[in-house]
Design a protein around this ligand. Structure first.
Ligand SMILES: [Zn+2]
Length: 87
């Protein structure tokens, strides 16, 4: 069988490369708001993380999203994303 090449993205938490479908996009909107993009359709710059609160927390601790988006991210934004991703 012919295998399709799947585009891989790196998780900002554990650093593993996985198919986009297995990851969740974290997006910075043109207005500068950070949120989870569970539909994959939000406009803005994106970073990827496994669909896991552990990876999100690891990325938070290492300040990977701050670096990816060159901005400060308030604690309540992370808290909300952790709650959303855990569902
Ligand atoms: Zn991960």
């Amino acid at each position: 069988m012919h295998q399709k090449r799947v585009p891989l993205r790196m998780c900002a938490g554990c650093g593993e490369s996985k198919p986009k479908k297995e990851l969740v996009r974290v997006v910075r909107s043109p207005e500068g708001e950070i949120s989870l993009d569970l539909t994959g359709k939000k406009p803005g710059r994106g970073a990827y993380v496994c669909k896991s609160a552990d990876c999100l927390r690891a990325a938070r601790k290492a300040r990977r999203f701050e670096r990816a988006f060159s901005c400060q991210i308030p604690a309540e934004v992370f808290d909300r994303m952790e709650e959303e991703i855990g569902k």
